[in-house]
Write a protein that binds this ligand. Structure first.
Ligand code: CAA
Length: 260
């Protein structure tokens, strides 16, 4: 299978598994990612880790050979498929991290940008090289990159097709952190598990509301963003997990959250 889904303890593990083509995304793989998201929504997983198989790449982008010689309707439908699927990923009930090793280009970087977080290994190389093909990003790249790194840097990257390394990506805020990539370094999945262990112990309600407040606030005014925060803060306050969390603090014990 070119997209594999497994479960390991609290983690769902989604692996792009087409290493001979640097995990380039065929449309059928995007369909499989959508099906995997359905499966994850029905599971008890509390975090998703997205990785690419093989040593060379997280994902080298959309499959260029498959993109060729399509009519405009087919092209538009392909773009919608990618956008719709990656938007679902960005609002998945549980947080997600993409662990980027080797190349993360084009649609691969767009997939990573739809995750809640991104971790890069030291040798990772990232970019949106579509302009070199006479194209522009189509799976959300122009929109998510500018929200992550700001207009100037996003415009530079999409208009030049330039490749950046992990250190630059971290400085820009494109990745949350960079980890070493020596032979003894942990695998991308282990890196993802270690990172996500910081997020899995809380109420899913509070995690979701927190992410939603940030996400929705990014595309509106500060006044509207503060309203969104007030509404979501009040909703969080109404959950039994909030009662449990505050009681546990007062009673000096560990909270037992029930995601309710
Ligand atoms: N689509 C299809 N096949 C790809 C691919 C892609 N995006 N990227 C790599 N491959 C294939 C190559 O064709 C090659 O296959 P063969 O052995 O059958 O020839 C194999 O993967 C290995 O690739 P290279 O030999 O090129 O490996 P390299 O180490 O010399 O170079 C690379 C690596 C710099 C990543 C280079 O492969 C490359 O530039 N790939 C294309 C990157 C790109 O332009 N991505 C954007 C795609 S468009 C897009 O994503 C649109 C969108 O917004 C949705």
């Amino acid at each position: 299978m070119a997209v594999e889904l497994e479960f390991s303890g609290p983690y769902a593990l989604l692996t792009l598994n087409r290493p001979d083509a640097l995990n380039a995304l065929r449309f059928s793989m995007i369909d499989d990612i959508a099906k995997a998201l359905d499966c994850i929504e029905r599971s008890t997983a509390r975090a998703l880790i997205v990785t690419g198989a093989g040593d060379k790449a997280f994902c080298a982008g959309a499959d260029i050979k498959e993109l060729m010689d399509r009519d405009l309707t087919a092209h538009r439908n392909g773009v919608w498929l990618g956008q719709r699927t990656f938007s679902r990923l960005s609002t998945l009930r549980i947080p997600s991290v993409a662990v980027l090793h080797g190349y993360a280009f084009g649609g691969g970087l767009e997939l990573a940008m739809a995750c809640t977080f991104r971790i890069a290994t030291e040798g990772a190389r990232m970019g949106l090289p579509e302009v070199k093909l006479g194209l522009i990003p189509g799976y959300g790249g122009t929109q998510r990159l500018s929200r992550l790194v700001g207009e100037a840097r996003a415009t530079e990257l999409v208009m030049s097709g330039r490749t950046i390394n992990a250190a630059e990506a971290e400085r820009w805020g494109l990745v949350n952190r960079t980890v070493g990539s020596s032979e003894t370094a942990p695998s991308p999945i282990e890196i993802g598990k270690a990172f996500m262990s910081e997020f899995v112990g809380f109420s899913l309600c509070a995690s979701l509301f927190a992410r939603e407040a940030v996400q929705r606030g990014m595309s509106t005014t500060i006044a509207e963003g503060l309203n969104i925060e007030a509404d979501l803060s009040t909703l969080a306050y109404c959950t039994s997990d909030a009662t449990e969390g505050m009681s546990a603090f007062a009673e000096k014990r560990k909270p037992e959250f029930k995601d309710a």
